[in-house]
Design a protein around this ligand. Structure first.
Ligand code: ATP
Length: 243
């Protein structure tokens, strides 16, 4: 289980997160919603170790990760897929996936396990021998997700994975999120602008504003809450807020 207690962080002297409490259990999808600038990306960066924790603590299965650097957290299976794609452009898709697998270290999975995993990524299979840097933006996004999955994440941090994808690939992304939680037992933190889609695959959700969690509940509670829509999702219907 991932457990954040009173976590504050920011950029240099600029505070952004203020006392965030959040838990995600293995096999659970928690979506993080909120307006632009609410602190969602900062939260993912702080959990991954890209940003230092100023106050509070981050624990994974009881182990304190608060002061552990990014590579140590990655070694323990905390894997961030940032907004935009960060592939090795000169390598093939297969080589990128292999690097993800090797990164799993102690949680190493054999090639067969990765092969099974890739059944959940039909699009990626069709791109196997292509050079990653020459793929379309949406294709690269799918490969980035598959590479993260090959690293057998205990905690998978997804920052707007559907950004720039066509509707068909968005469906594939959400299917993959469900697969990672249910089949491989990852704890998934899903930052999304497609609110309806995120709430459809999430078990729970939190709404952030000004670096704090201002609402939390099951996905169905958040979907049904007019107060949440009104206050934090732009005062619009969920469909509209997703645009
Ligand atoms: N590198 C940075 N240096 C200083 N301030 C930053 C930096 N990155 C983000 N911020 C500030 O931190 C706050 C939260 O930004 P963050 O990117 O976490 O929001 P977000 O909820 O992910 O927004 P979006 O939905 O637009 O991606 C914003 O006020 C932003 O200006």
């Amino acid at each position: 289980m991932l457990e954040l207690t009173g976590v504050s962080s920011g950029y240099g002297a600029v505070p952004v997160l203020h006392g965030v409490d959040l838990t995600i259990t293995a096999g659970e999808v928690v979506t993080v919603l909120g307006a632009n600038g609410a602190g969602k990306t900062t939260l993912a960066r702080t959990i991954s170790g890209l940003l230092p924790v100023k106050e509070g603590s981050i624990r994974l299965d009881g182990t304190d990760l608060t002061r552990k650097p990014l590579h140590r957290r990655a070694g323990r299976g905390v894997i961030l897929v940032p907004e935009g794609r960060r592939l090795f452009g000169g390598l093939t898709v297969a080589q990128n996936i292999e690097l993800g697998r090797i990164a799993a270290k102690g949680r190493q999975q054999d090639a067969d396990a990765v092969g099974h995993l890739l059944d959940a990524f039909p699009k990626v299979r069709t791109l196997w021998d292509r050079q990653a840097g020459l793929l379309s933006g949406g294709e690269q996004q799918m490969v980035a997700l598959a590479r993260a999955a090959a690293g057998r994440p205990r905690v998978l941090l997804l920052d707007e994975p559907s950004l720039g994808l066509s509707p068909l690939l968005v469906d594939e992304v959400f299917a993959m999120v469900t697969f990672m939680a249910r089949e491989t037992g990852s704890a998934v933190l899903l930052i999304e602008q497609i609110v309806d889609g995120a709430l459809a695959v999430a078990d729970r959700g939190v709404v952030m504003a000004h670096g704090q969690i201002v609402a939390a509940g099951t996905a169905s509670e958040l979907s049904a809450s007019p107060a949440v829509r009104q206050a934090y999702l732009g005062g619009a219907g969920l469909d509209e807020a997703a645009r």
